[in-house]
Design a protein around this ligand. Sequence first.
Ligand code: NAD
Length: 265
Amino acid sequence: MKLSGKTAIVTGGGKGIGYAIVRRFLREGARVVIADSDDDLGTKAVEDLADLGDVEFVSTDVGERLDVHNLVAATKNAFGDIDILVNNAGIASGKDFLTMKESEFDAVMRVNLKGAFLCSQAVAKQMVARVEADGPPGTIINISSVFDKLALPEQLAYCVSKAGLKQLTNVTAQALAEYGIRVNAIGPGSIATDMMDSVNDDMKAKQRVLSRTPLGRVGEPEEIAGIAAFLASNDSGYITGQTIYADGGRLGLAFTIDKVEADET
Ligand code: NAD
């Protein structure tokens, strides 16, 4: 088991990619706190995963500083010093650029970027204090997206927030390197979660996604969780400041693929 005895926080761990990361970390021997703003999802996730190991839910809105401070205190109280933080909580909001409201822009930035900053800073302070007391360093993983590079006109706030998260990864990796604390990101392509519902329910949108995915399928949350387990473990001990893209080949593709059947249902 790669993460035996480690304590991890996974934000947005109540469902989707975050849930898969929590499950994988438990299987790798970690103790895990799920930090989610949806109390029903968080409570249910703990019930469903309790057989795999030590897992707790702390109700958290990652955009609220006081919630984040409570999260760090509650995690230390439950499982001791934090070794791994996964900034996974994220939202998307499809809006036209010319008409989108300031509040709609702010809502996405608040969760996807400010939330990751608040959690990273609060957890990093504890990690640095432990290193200064001759303890082991920890590691931070940010769940970014291929849209930290690619542009989707109807997802301006999402794309900008993920581009910011890429720089948060780069800068915090540099700032924390002297303590041995590693910071990396994962940039998924299209992954089968509720966030993809609007695509799954729309055949044309689905064809569009598949037409730009060389592997010809969407990814599974477990395929992101495996990368998170690698980045959280000593197997990636010399990697910091990087984003690993798991996108079925999408970023490398110069043109769309025309083998997707137009009338596929
Ligand atoms: P999801 O909608 O299935 O789950 C998101 C989780 O985050 C939910 O449990 C939700 O309650 C929680 N959450 C939302 N706002 C929160 C807040 N303020 N505080 C704490 N928790 C909050 O999403 P997903 O598809 O699993 O996406 C997870 C991450 O992966 C996101 O950062 C997303 O941008 C990224 N991502 C997803 C895809 C994809 O195709 N699904 C692709 C690239 C990147």
